[in-house]
Design a protein around this ligand. Structure first.
Ligand code: 6R9
Length: 656
């Protein structure tokens, strides 16, 4: 990425005229309103975008900072806001979700039908004794059921924790155990790229690994109909239980701070963190960002390609678009099946107007289109598109340009949205009717978000100078705590170095000297971003050393990768002599499978290199900066004087 990128893309006059936030002065006015009175600003928006059962009287309670509370004496229900409210506004017959299955089968569900399914499911959960505050782990495929399950939890005040269907039994067990879930919702299998992959058997395995005694029931949806082990009375078929339920269910009115969900994400230590979000503030930002960043209008067809197992699928599938009464597309499969034209065909078939995806997907589809011209987007009618979005990792200018030209026909603004699991929704992003775009820059803060670039001690840096990205004021959709570990929340996000004043994002950033536009320069902690998925290096290291039979020691670093952004590179010391040639390859394959089993296939190291040792300081610390250079194939120019065993670098430079 080039921070001095100069090509500029101003919004067209029509885009400006029709946008919810219309023109730079309108943006500046919102920023000024927030600066003048941060609380009054967020209070106004919370009244406009969220329906409250009991209105709040106080916007922000910072008496226990950094454990901020927003709208705390108000009550609401997220599912009421996403469903009933739209029906009351006359949208009952409007399509809420257009679901396209892996095999191309399309299902439309209206708001009225969705509400009915959510109510039945909510009643089913109640019939199992679930109540407000109970945790439910959702391990379902990308499906209407997935959204229904989330909304049903919200309806009764149960706290959902969705686990991505690509995570292994071990990772699932860890999440079930940490949440203390009483219920797991899953399916027999999931379909991806024409292949059936297990879900229920993985749940069974997770539950036998120990630590899951809290689980009373497993609700199983049918997806493929494959025979799966079934242990009544613990296991129940979703359809049997749900279909027998009444079609209405009074929402549980919860306090604004009541946790809506927990979502696990990687941090710089081994154990994933259960990021806790609150109902009121989260819902506000989900709706507001859909309204301003995606400019969603009643006639739009929105498609976010993320999985509901990630935060993007939470905010921009399960909650935000529904809170605005929008029509959205949901896709079960993968972008390359049956061919790499699938996304473009789906945009054409469903008349998608706003499309939101990840740079990794774009880069892989560029490659595919270059190799196979028939899957190039030019072969499809993409004329309905009006806004494109990008999320999850920096988008390199070349991919941006291609996306803009070949997908957006040169006419659609690209909103490069920077945010995190912890932030709940967009933090730094262009607004389509406001921002002159610069490829590779996420441009300016969302109005009301006090983003800044500071040095190690928390002092502001001038534009042009790279530093640490912080947020200086709390905002409604921010993480509330780490489930069960408030101290870790404080240490990770409000560290002592900044006297606990600022939220630390964990990313580096630089602001352009002229425009003040932000460019994200990447994580400043030990977190990797592989295909837009966050992976902790320590998490992968722990998984590797857990293979006690083989592995003595392991260090994991990232290296740049053309398609996936970053690739995982593992340096391993075995308990046996260092293998070479075919043997090394065999063991590397074995270790990759091991990591897939411990965490999931997304955590498999791309490179595995074996050494007799790892480069260490005399005090025994692994020198990761050297390993990063080795992984990149760089010549070591850094100071190696503190290195105890310099010869090791040579050895590690050889791939297996
Ligand atoms: C939404 C999401 C968060 C990390 C974040 C940063 C990277 C996300 C980005 C971006 C550059 C963007 N990131 N969006 N980097 N430009 N537009 O991805 O959440 O999975 O928690 O990842 O992703 O490094 O800190 P999450």
């Amino acid at each position: 990425m080039n921070p001095t990128e100069t090509r500029l893309y101003p919004p067209s006059e029509t885009t400006v005229r029709n946008a919810h936030v219309s023109g730079r002065p309108a943006y500046e006015a919102l920023v000024a309103e927030a600066e003048a009175d941060h609380q009054a600003y967020w209070g106004r928006l919370a009244r406009e975008f969220v329906s409250w059962k009991k209105p709040f009287t106080r916007v922000l309670d910072d008496s226990e900072a950094p454990f901020f509370k927003w709208f705390a004496d108000g009550t609401l229900n997220a599912s009421y806001n996403c469903l009933d409210r739209n029906i009351e506004r006359g949208l009952g017959h409007k399509t809420a979700i257009i679901f396209e299955a892996d095999d191309g089968t399309v299902t439309h569900i209206t708001y009225a039908e969705l509400l009915e399914r959510v109510c039945r499911t909510a009643n089913a959960l109640k019939s199992l004794g679930l109540k407000k505050g109970d945790r439910v782990v959702i391990y379902l495929p990308m499906s209407i059921e997935g959204v229904v399950a989330m909304q049903a939890c919200a309806r009764i005040g149960a706290i959902h924790s969705v686990v991505f269907g690509g995570f292994s039994a071990h990772a699932l067990r860890d999440r079930i155990a940490d949440t203390g879930a009483v219920l797991v919702m899953t399916a027999d299998e999931q379909m991806r790229g024409g292949k059936a992959l297990p879900l229920k058997t993985i749940v069974d395995e997770a539950l036998t690994l120990g630590g899951c005694d809290s689980v009373r029931h497993v609700l199983v949806a049918r997806r493929t109909g494959a025979p799966v082990p079934f242990a009544a009375p613990r296991d129940l078929w979703m359809a049997e239980l749900v279909d027998a339920q009444p079609t209405t269910c009074e929402p549980e009115w919860v306090e604004a701070e009541h946790p809506l969900f927990l979502l696990y994400t990687s941090g710089s230590t081994g154990k994933p963190k259960g990021v806790q979000h609150a109902t009121g503030g989260y819902l506000l930002h989900a709706a507001l960002t859909c309204y301003w960043t995606f400019d969603l209008k009643p006639e739009d067809v929105f498609w976010c390609t993320a999985d509901i197992g990630w935060v993007t699928g939470h905010t921009y599938i399960a909650y935000g678009p529904l809170a605005l009464g929008a029509t959205e597309v949901m896709f079960e499969g993968v972008p390359t099946y049956p061919d790499a034209g699938r996304f473009w065909k789906m945009i054409q078939d469903h008349l998608v107007t706003v499309f939101y995806t990840a740079p990794t997907a774009i880069r892989s589809l560029i490659k595919a289109a270059e190799a196979t011209p028939s899957v190039h987007p030019r072969n499809y009618d993409l004329s309905t598109l009006r806004i494109l979005g990008s999320v999850g990792e920096p988008i390199n200018p070349a991919a941006w340009e291609w996306y803009h030209e070949h997908v957006g026909g040169g006419r659609c603004p690209i909103v490069d949205t920077f945010w995190q699991t912890e932030t709940g929704g967009h933090m730094i992003t262009p607004l389509p009717g406001v921002t002159t775009l610069v490829p590779g820059s996420c441009t300016l803060p969302f109005p009301g978000i006090a983003a800044a670039v500071v040095d190690e001690t928390g002092n502001d840096l001038p534009w042009g100078q790279g530093g640490i990205l912080v947020v200086k004021k709390p905002w409604p959709s921010m993480i509330r705590t780490i489930w069960g570990d408030p101290q870790r929340f404080k240490n990770s996000y409000y560290p002592e170095e900044f006297q606990g004043r600022y939220y630390l994002a964990g990313d580096g950033a630089v602001r352009d000297a002229q425009t003040g536009y932000f460019t994200i320069t990447g994580r400043i902690d030990d977190v990797l971003n592989v295909s837009g998925h966050r992976m902790g290096t320590m998490e992968i290291e722990s998984a590797l050393v857990a293979c006690t039979e083989l592995v003595a020691e392991a260090a994991v670093v990232g290296r740049p990768d053309e398609t996936t952004g970053e690739a995982i590179c593992a340096f391993v010391v075995l308990k046996r002599p260092r293998p070479t040639g075919e043997e090394a390859q065999k063991i590397a394959a074995q270790l990759r499978d091991w990591v897939a089993k411990e965490i999931g296939p997304i955590a498999k190291p791309k490179d595995i290199r074996f050494g007799d040792n790892l480069p260490k300081t005399r005090s025994g610390k692994i020198m990761r900066r050297l390993l990063r250079s080795v992984a990149k194939g760089e010549k070591i120019t850094q100071d190696t004087s503190t290195l105890e065993n310099p010869a090791i670098l040579e050895q590690l430079a050889n791939k297996s």
